[in-house]
Structures are given as C-alpha cells and as structure tokens.
Design a protein around this ligand. Structure first.
Ligand SMILES: Nc1ncnc2c1ncn2[C@@H]1O[C@H](COP(=O)(O)OP(=O)(O)O)[C@@H](O)[C@H]1O
Ligand SMILES: [Mg+2]
Length: 238
C-alpha cells in the first residue's frame, strides 16, 4: 500500500531524510519514533504530498507520487487522513461545521453530509457536542474532532503527527485507543510520536529514526527471529 525506496530530502542542503526505505501493508499499524529532529514529520509530510522528496521512489496505493502533478494531489489525499499535534480545527466554526466542510470540499452530495458527519462524530464520541466551537472543548475533545474530520471520507490511510503531544496522559490514551479501533476496521495507521511509553505498551510495529535514517524496524527483527538458525544463510529481508 505504501512503498518508499531510498527516499531522501534536504532542507537548504541539510539532509532531513537519508535513503529511507519503508513498506507499509494494508491494515498495518506503525509507530514512527525517534528524537526531535530525526525526520518523523518530514516523512509523514512526504507521504501526504505536503513536501516533495529530492530522490527515491514513492508509491502510494499504486500511484507514483514522486512524479505526481500538483493537480492529482487532492485525488491522492482523498484516501488519506492527517491528524496534527495542534488539531488545526477552524476556531469560529462549530464541531459539526468543521466535519461537514471536509465532506463538502470533496464533493459529497448535500443530502449525505449530515448523516456522514454525525456518524464520524459518533465514532469518536463527540456527537453530543456538535454545536460547540473548538475553544469550548478540551484538548482531548478537539483532537477527537480532528480525528473524526480525518476519517469522515473513509480513507485507507491515517497519518498522525505527535497526536498526543498537547494532551494529558488520559486523553492521550483515549486517542491511541481510537486509533486502535480505526485500525481494526482495516485502515492503515502511521503515527509519529516520541511517547515511548505508549509505543511499547501498544505492541505494534515500531520504526525508529535517527538523524534522517531508519535505524530499527521491529518488523525486520520479527522476521529475523522466525528464520531457523540452520537456515539463516541467504535468507533475505523483503
Ligand atoms: N521547513 C523546514 N526548513 C528547514 N529545515 C527543516 C524544515 N522542516 C524540517 N527541517 C529540518 O529537518 C530535520 C527533520 O525535521 P523533522 O522532520 O521536523 O523532525 P521530527 O519530526 O522528527 O522532529 C530537522 O533538522 C529540521 O530542523
Ligand atoms: Mg515532528
């Protein structure tokens, strides 16, 4: 579903990503972790086509996005939801209007908007506050609305960048529980976070980045463990 091969990206000559190779299957849950400045945000932005890579191959759902024309980006994004650390909700619009707008911009028929918006809000437990504006909500509630917005078009891929960075531990756990539920319904989820405690508890695939490189991928280690000792020579990683 997502294939990156030797993807590199520099900002003003300084490398942010160095030859990143990463494959994510349909329905996988992947944590991307690593110190601040490791390149997590840049990686997610490249997947979302919010940044362009300098080198490498990027194939997302069969589309080569390295050469994607700007006019095809909205089409690709229809299949992706993005959750930000600071929620990025429209402050003067109600919860309902924030969600309805995400449906309108992709041309959802008018008659379907209300039902789909309320279904998405119910999914995150925020349908009872649909008439409030974001400043009246807690951080955890705002993030749940932002997750509803990311899901409302039923994307196959959900990307989240430090989604619990501004939240108290309890609200953070609620957000991760939601991601788990979303993933169980078949959506691939990729979360960048430095909340190492949660990452360990969730027991999902962990990709560790250091200075623009992937230094550890728990999936590779799991594969290595399944190769019998006497049969190990010549076994290749995917
Ligand atoms: N827009 C930008 N302009 C210049 N440098 C940037 C920009 N975005 C990120 N960088 C640099 O790229 C590197 C990786 O950043 P980032 O992807 O934000 O890391 P992380 O999300 O892991 O903290 C850092 O050295 C950062 O300073
Ligand atoms: Mg970041």
């Amino acid at each position: 579903m997502i294939h990156l091969y030797r993807v590199s990206k520099s900002y003003e000559g300084i490398p942010a990503l160095r030859e990143i190779t990463l494959n994510v299957d349909k329905g996988e849950f992947v944590f991307v972790t690593g110190a601040s400045g490791a390149g997590k945000t840049t990686l997610l932005k490249i997947l979302f086509c919010a940044e362009r890579a300098d080198e490498g191959q990027i194939i997302i759902q069969g589309m080569n996005t390295f050469r994607l024309s700007p006019s095809s980006i909205p089409y690709l994004r229809r299949n992706m939801g993005f959750v930000f650390q600071d929620y990025k909700l429209l402050q003067h619009k109600t919860v309902y209007e924030n969600i309805a707008l995400a449906l309108k911009v992709v041309g959802t028929p008018y008659g379907e908007i209300e039902r789909r918006a309320l279904t998405a809000l119910k999914r995150v437990g925020m349908d009872n506050k649909d008439h409030l504006t974001p400043p009246k909500l807690s951080g955890g509630e705002q993030q749940r609305v932002a997750i509803a917005r990311a899901l409302v078009n039923e994307p196959q891929i959900l990307l989240a960048d430090e989604p619990t960075g501004n939240l108290d531990p309890q609200s953070g756990q609620d957000v991760f529980r939601l991601f788990k539920e979303i993933n169980l319904k078949g959506t691939s989820v990729i979360v960048a976070t430095h909340d190492w405690e949660t990452v360990r508890k969730m027991q999902r695939r962990i990709v560790v980045m250091e200075r623009g490189r992937i230094t550890t991928d728990s999936k590779d280690q799991a594969l290595e463990r399944t190769v019998p000792a006497n049969n190990g020579r010549g076994a290749s990683k995917p």
